[in-house]
Design a protein around this ligand. Structure first.
Ligand SMILES: [Zn+2]
Length: 593
């Protein structure tokens, strides 16, 4: 009995192997027929012509800054239907639909939509899983004209690591074919992130095969008078991304909720990490994605496809105070002699009472103390002392409300309101100068993205240079020629070195001085200059911000952390940033036993 069962099991395995070989043989046989029997077919038709068939170039791989592979290609099976070998298309479609567990009308429509002529194979499904492949092979006698071919498929990291900046590939849209002469129907092209922005480098150059075909479109074999053109594989992209740091940020964010982490090289604009939570699994898009699965992702209320690092705009909350302070310094509206009223926890402006986050008040403060303790009453008064005229002059000089130019598509500029903005929105007399009170503490209509904050804090730390954030560091083509992406300056903060030093010192006080709002972010031997933010949000609990540079003197990295609806910046965002700093500066997170 047992032997018999083992025998049967063994026979089944042998059978599966044979079927698999047959599947591969079908394609080899097809090609062989076309190549070796060419002369026979050639004689059969007098009106042969040449068909040019592209040979797919392997897509370039993507590496992190240390050469670790982030995105590669793996072999996969695609299923084709060769129409002229199918006696009854409807019947085969119905049987296939059953095995693939899809609607048969959907499958029939795919066949109709991709039907060119009866000799041209129609791709029905990419990346068939092995179980389905085995089942189809088992029933191959019932499925005439169904064949399989090995094709490369994109392979992204597990659990959505870096999915937002990597993006994904998908079948080209008709609209894209119209605007790009390199694209052909059925091509896989970049749809989002790096895959889209650098598609022209990654895709390589397809080769060409010249085939002889009959007047009816039947392939006879290689066209003897033309040499094939070999494909050129796509370029390798080396990113500024540190894969381990990216994993850490993705993991930490997931444990906090929805939000973003951006880590940047202060002196080049190189992006070391760009995490956005929730992530999505880019692997879903490189093979077959069912309409149901697609709808599920698109309609997910957590918006997993939204890159919160560059596409979501948030009130900056108190992280804005560094720029409000910059404005007052630039226009000489603040000095040791010219202080503001002491904070008693609340203050009336116009006919409204504005509160400080600390109900018992901060007393009298200078600018340094006001930044360290993040006193709202101080900044309300400073905003009013400047007014909208100075705000609308200064903030655009700091590129607030402008795109950083990061090298992935879809970035949003945020908003830095101007007088004209308010006139348009509320009418000329529909708003008052009191509006700036809210802007001064990063509330109201001022909106920023996490990547903007990482970029601008980096500029505060590096002497004022605003760099374009760059994810890609180097492009290496298939001949080994390297193109290094050099740092790109997009502007300069309008502040003197002394003013910048003053701001960095105050930000260092945030983590080091008594009353500082982020005293938890202290590291042995490394000074951190940062600012917390707790941004009110009309749709729910406050957003938690922490933005910093480190070391405070001669900084290397800037970090912006935003966690949606998580409450105080000091309790959620700042501890997350600390973990990133510990990783970067190789500070052990647990005491060594
Ligand atoms: Zn206060």
């Amino acid at each position: 009995m047992v032997d018999q069962r083992l025998d049967r099991k063994f026979n089944f395995k042998v059978l599966m192997a044979v079927y698999l070989l047959i599947a591969i043989a079908i394609f080899i046989k097809l090609s062989a027929m076309q190549i070796f029997s060419a002369s026979y077919y050639r004689r059969a038709s007098l009106e042969n012509s040449v068909r040019i068939v592209p040979i797919k170039a392997p897509r370039g791989i993507i590496l992190d800054r240390f050469g670790n592979i982030i995105v590669r290609n793996r072999p996969s099976y695609s299923m084709y239907l060769v129409p002229y070998q199918v006696p009854d298309i409807k019947l085969v479609a119905a049987k296939l639909a059953n095995f693939l567990n899809v609607d048969k009308t959907y499958l029939q429509n795919t066949i109709v939509a991709n039907w060119k002529n009866k000799f041209l194979p129609i791709r029905l499904r990419r990346d068939i899983d092995f179980t389905t492949l085995s089942i189809l092979e088992e029933h191959s006698l019932d499925l005439p004209g169904v064949a399989f071919q090995i094709e490369p498929t994109r392979m992204y990291p597990d659990s959505g690591i870096g999915s937002h900046f990597l993006g994904y590939i998908g079948e080209v849209y008709d609209k894209e074919i119209e605007t790009n002469p390199d694209y052909r129907s059925g091509d896989l092209v970049g749809k989002k992130g790096i895959e889209k922005q650098y598609d022209s480098y990654l895709r390589g150059r397809d080769g060409l095969s010249y085939l002889e075909v009959t007047a009816q479109g039947r392939v006879l074999g290689k066209y003897p008078e033309k040499e094939d053109v070999e494909p050129i594989s796509g370029a390798t992209l080396t990113l500024n991304i540190d894969l381990e740091m990216q994993k850490l940020a993705d993991h930490l964010l997931d444990s906090c909720g929805q939000g973003a982490v951006v880590v940047m090289d202060v002196n080049t604009g190189g992006v070391l990490t760009l995490a956005s939570s929730p992530e999505f699994d880019a692997n879903l898009f490189s093979g077959f994605i069912s309409p149901d699965k697609w709808n599920e992702i698109v309609n997910d209320p957590a918006h997993p496809l939204l890159n919160r690092g560059i596409q979501a705009t948030y009130p900056p909350g108190s992280t804005m105070k560094i720029f409000t302070a910059g404005m007052a310094l630039y226009f000489d509206k603040v000095s040791a002699e010219r202080g503001f009223d002491a904070c008693r926890g609340a203050k009336r402006f116009g006919n409204r009472v504005f509160k400080c986050w600390r109900p018992e008040g901060h007393g009298r403060l200078d600018l340094h103390g006001a930044i360290v303790q993040s006193c709202d009453i101080y900044f309300y008064q400073m905003g009013l002392a400047c007014g909208m005229e100075l705000w609308e002059k200064f903030m655009p000089m700091c590129h607030l409300g402008q795109l950083t130019g990061i090298d992935i598509p879809g970035e949003k500029p945020g908003n830095s309101p101007s007088i004209k903005y308010y006139d348009n929105r509320y009418g000329k007399n529909g708003w008052t100068k009191i509006f700036i009170v809210n802007l001064a503490i990063g509330q109201g209509e001022v909106l920023v993205t996490p990547v903007q904050m990482a970029t601008l804090y980096a500029a505060v730390g590096n002497g004022g240079t605003i760099y374009q954030p760059q994810i890609v560091k180097k492009i290496t083509d298939s001949y080994g020629t390297e193109t290094i992406i050099s740092p790109k300056e997009t502007g300069k903060l309008p502040l003197t070195q002394a003013q910048l030093d003053f701001l960095v010192e105050a930000m260092t006080g945030v983590t080091e001085e008594g009353g500082g709002t982020a005293r938890g972010v202290q590291l042995p031997g490394i000074s951190v200059a940062g600012k917390t933010g707790t941004a009110q949000n009309p749709h729910g609990k406050e957003h938690s911000w922490f933005v910093c540079i480190a070391p405070a003197v001669n900084p290397e990295i800037s970090i912006a952390v935003l966690v949606e609806n998580a409450g105080h910046g000091s309790t959620v965002a700042a501890p997350l940033a600390k973990r990133i700093l510990q990783y970067y500066f190789k500070i052990p997170t647990k005491p060594i036993a």
